[in-house]
Design a protein around this ligand. Structure first.
Ligand SMILES: Cc1ncc(COP(=O)(O)O)c(C=O)c1O
Length: 435
């Protein structure tokens, strides 16, 4: 599968590209379409990674490509801070219309997920006049200094990169699979809520907190789905204490969970949302959208923004993405994809005792591997071997979880049944190999 040309590029990569940049797969891509990526040797990979949740509408969707080509005929980047253009304004309008909540909304566009999170924090601090930022255990919010501080997993994301920004705190977040033996779901919710309240006695006082930033489904943390009760408790807690509630939709948003935004599964309305990844089908674009009153607390012109923010080509792609999600009913499709994955994974659990947990919200699905179902000891090695096998045998697959013992499914939502089944069959081959 790896010919001479691949080897030449790999050697160059090792020679010239920073070692710390991860590559899940060492093949060299030549072309991508829908849920398939072909490498320079002609090997075809089914894509269950979607550039880490970026390709909900699939690679190079014809409507995205067309919108981008048309946008290029106008200009590449006049710079929104210098002279405005319709795409930026229209995308903000569409995001405001889509974001949950009947209040007046506004949006700002940025480049990356981390940058959106940073901006949400700036806005919340300006609005509240407070400094503290609360995130959750196992959270991932990015690799900039502030977002490293808001992120949980030390290795590889933070190790050796401190000191981190002050006034960031991590609250407990439920993990239903790992609740104490014999405890009911309801008692577990109450126990976590008690820990959450305790946290505000032990670590930071609510009246000092500018925002609580929550992933409505934890992404890098292992696709962990919290209970509705917990999410609505956090929302109410924010309301009670004047804290801005931010839903980080960067990985979970844009139909992945069966709703346009993951927080909609919890019947909760956030004050702000951070969006990125699948918003623009691979163009660097992110944003913060939410209550106009909060966003406009930053009053100084120039205090928000950046050179490349809201690039018009990326905006054109994003506007096409929003159309595609609606026209192709991708939210409903996500639920179907998730159901297929879940049914297959249930079969795996019958055969392989190391399949510990299967969980999902829509197509945001994960399988957690354990050494022993009784002790639930995480099995990172087996997950790693399985991911490596898949990547060598035609399937792009990612791991996840604080302990790296989960596999996660982030295929395009436009994947065909046949491609989905073929990808799952490769995982089945891998399960046989690692059993
Ligand atoms: C929930 C969440 N927030 C923030 C980020 C950071 O995004 P970026 O890598 O674009 O900075 C990610 C990236 O995986 C994410 O999953």
């Amino acid at each position: 599968m790896e010919g001479n040309m691949t080897k030449i590029w790999q050697d160059k990569r090792d020679r010239y590209v920073a070692s710390a940049v991860g590559n899940g797969n060492r093949h060299i891509a030549a072309k991508a379409e829908g849920a398939l990526i072909t490498d320079i040797e002609g090997n075809v990979f089914i894509d269950f990674a979607g550039a880490i949740g970026v390709q909900n509408v699939g690679h190079c969707h014809p409507k995205v490509v067309q919108a981008v080509k048309e946008a290029l005929d106008h200009f590449i980047h006049p710079g929104f801070n210098v002279i405005m253009y319709p795409g930026y304004i229209e995308l903000c309008q569409r995001l405001c219309a889509l974001a949950p909540g009947s209040f007046a909304k506004k949006a700002i566009l940025l480049n990356s997920g981390a940058e959106a999170v940073e901006n949400a924090v700036k806005i919340a601090r300006a609005y509240t006049g407070r400094q503290a930022v609360v995130t959750f255990e196992r959270a991932f919010h990015g690799r900039t200094n502030l977002t490293m501080g808001m992120t949980s997993k030390v290795k590889p994301y933070k190790f050796g990169f401190g000191p981190f920004a002050p006034e960031t705190y991590k609250a407990p977040y439920p993990y239903a699979y790992r609740k104490p033996d014999g405890m009911s779901d309801q008692s577990y919710d109450e126990a976590i809520i008690a820990q959450f309240n305790e946290f505000f006695l032990n670590h930071v006082s609510p009246e000092q907190v500018a925002c609580i930033v929550m992933e409505p489904v934890q992404g890098e943390g292992g696709f962990i789905v919290p209970s509705k009760r917990f999410v609505s408790y956090v929302r109410d807690f924010c309301t009670e204490h004047g804290i801005v509630f931010v839903s980080d939709e960067i990985q979970a948003g844009f139909a992945r969970t069966g709703k346009m935004f993951a927080i909609e599964n919890f019947d909760v309305i956030p004050d702000l949302m951070t969006v990125s990844k699948s918003i623009a089908a691979g163009f660097p674009l992110s944003g913060v959208v939410g209550k106009a009153e909060i966003i406009d607390a930053c009053t100084l012109k120039g205090s928000l923004g950046g050179t490349y923010c809201g690039n018009p080509i990326a905006c054109a792609a994003a506007l096409a993405v929003l159309d595609i999600i609606k026209e192709e009913h991708l939210a409903a499709r996500a639920e179907k994809i998730g159901a297929v994955i879940e049914a297959r994974a249930e079969e795996w659990a019958k055969v392989y005792p190391f399949v510990g947990d299967i969980r999902r919200l829509g197509a945001m699905a994960a399988v957690e591997f354990v050494k022993n179902r009784e002790t639930k000891e995480p099995d990172k090695d087996r997950a790693g071997q399985l991911v490596a096998y898949c990547n060598q045998h035609g399937l792009l697959l990612l791991d996840a979880g604080l302990k790296g013992n989960c596999i996660r499914f982030l295929s395009p939502l436009t994947i065909t049944e046949e491609q989905l089944n073929r990808g799952l069959a490769i995982i089945e081959e891998a399960l046989e190999q690692v059993k």
